[in-house]
Design a protein around this ligand. Structure first.
Ligand SMILES: C[S@@+](CC[C@H](N)C(=O)[O-])C[C@H]1O[C@@H](n2cnc3c(N)ncnc32)[C@H](O)[C@@H]1O
Length: 223
């Protein structure tokens, strides 16, 4: 398969389609990848939380990174020797991820596609990871997303969510820093309840940092 071939004829418009940041991989990476001690801490905490979920799964060989953006998380999967399939809606992002995958020498493929209509058969992947994505959508859409991820995953998957109980989240709320972003935060109870509504069971919630982040990885198994 040619990695630059769109896998969906005409991807449906989604909330994020028009975001100019997602048409500019360099600007996105500049925003996301901080240098110095702070940057190293962010990578360390993201990696630690992600692996604490992935390492609970056994026999993972093939995984889907959806949406992969410019492939920011590829080095984590490379460490585990996974065969990586990256999908992103944005041609610029999937182009950058294709180049990055080649540079790292990771086995796999990157394509354009829609997270809500994945171009795979049921159980095509050993697992799926979704970073910095689900919390852009409302509850109904998130449940739709979780059902689609569970359809293609053999043994559960990992999704990043925003939590309302880290010190970082509580302080943001108290300061009324960004009401629009804060509305996506969820309590533990809400997280369990929402995945249950998608027919899934939460196995682990791994906050990136209870001090410095409002995000957590959730490992879910298929009921
Ligand atoms: C915040 S970025 C996250 C990228 C990557 N997971 C990371 O952690 O850096 C969100 C990405 O979602 C992609 N996107 C938005 N809607 C999508 C959809 N319906 N299907 C697939 N990708 C989508 C955007 O193009 C963008 O690259």
């Amino acid at each position: 398969m040619n990695p630059s071939t769109p896998l969906t004829d005409e991807p449906a418009p989604r909330d994020q389609e028009g975001n100019p940041l997602f048409q500019n991989p360099e600007a996105y990476l500049e925003l996301r990848q901080k240098s110095g001690f702070l940057g190293a801490m962010k990578v360390w905490s993201e990696r630690r939380a992600l692996f604490s979920c992935l390492d609970k799964l056994s026999g993972v060989k093939t995984m889907l990174d959806i949406p992969c953006g410019p492939g920011r998380a590829f080095p984590y999967y490379h460490e585990r020797g996974f065969h990586v399939v990256g999908i992103d809606f944005s041609p610029q992002m999937s182009g950058a991820a294709t180049a990055f995958r080649g540079k790292l020498g990771i086995p796999g493929i990157v394509c354009r596609g829609d997270a809500f209509r994945l171009p795979f058969e049921d159980n095509a992947m050993d697992t799926v990871v979704s970073v910095r994505f689900s919390y852009y959508f409302d509850r109904q859409k998130r449940i739709e997303l979780y059902k689609e991820l569970s359809r293609v995953s053999k043994q559960g998957f990992v999704v990043q969510v925003k939590i309302d109980y880290s010190l970082h989240s509580i302080s943001r709320k108290l300061r009324g820093k960004n009401k629009n972003k804060d509305k996506f935060m969820q309590s533990k109870r809400e997280i369990h309840e929402e995945f249950a509504a998608a027919g899934l069971k939460v196995r682990r919630i791994a906050p990136l940092s209870l001090l410095g982040s409002d995000r957590a990885f959730v490992l879910v198994s298929l009921n």
